[in-house]
Design a protein around this ligand. Sequence first.
Ligand SMILES: Nc1ncnc2c1ncn2[C@@H]1O[C@H](COP(=O)(O)OP(=O)(O)O)[C@@H](O)[C@H]1O
Ligand SMILES: [Mg+2]
Length: 230
Amino acid sequence: MLSVEGLEAGYGGARVLSGVSVEVGDGRLTCVMGRNGVGKTTLLNTIMGVVPATGGSVTFEGGPVTGLRPDERVRLGMGYVPQGHDAFPQLSVMGNLMVTLEASPHKDATAVDDALEVFPRLKPLLKRPAGFLSGGRQRQLAMARALVTRPRLLILDEPTEGIQPSIIIEIEDAIERLHASGLAMLLVEQYLDLALRLADDFVILDAGRVVRSGTAEELRGEDVHRLLAV
Ligand SMILES: Nc1ncnc2c1ncn2[C@@H]1O[C@H](COP(=O)(O)OP(=O)(O)O)[C@@H](O)[C@H]1O
Ligand SMILES: [Mg+2]
């Protein structure tokens, strides 16, 4: 589904990622973990083409995407919810979903209904300006927007960060249901408990390199707290 090999990227002269390889199998959920500043967001941004790769390759469903623009990758079926990116604040909730639908390759309005089924708490809020929603609801809206494009891979950067606990539970539940429905996912998640509950496979980054990877069962037996401790 997604194959990342030897990825290198950075900002100006500063290299952040050094030879990072990550796989997401069909219908699998791969979790990327690591302390603050190790390069998790840079990895996702490079996978999406927001940050240019200076080496290595990204292959999606068997085709190379390393040279494509971010919007071209979205059109191919790579959905992305960037860290802390929530919604267009002036547009209504429905407006946010419609903008995404209009930009999506399929233009099938049932995708909006399907996305709202995943986050039913948004339904009574459709006419509200998104900027008036709580942070948690805005995060759900951002995820719903990504789903409107009907991705075959959903890439999420810390979807529960800074969100109130009751909504974290809803977001976790949505991730579990999407995964159970067969959607492949690449998830950056800081909380080990959540990662262990959701993930099939994991990658731990430290200073821009993969220091551990394997299945979630393998992770349970490891001294991961040491690698993730702040
Ligand atoms: N836009 C940027 N310009 C310059 N340096 C950046 C930029 N974004 C991130 N960095 C640096 O890259 C490193 C990795 O950051 P990031 O990928 O955001 O890590 P993480 O998501 O794991 O917290 C950090 O040292 C950070 O300061
Ligand atoms: Mg980050």
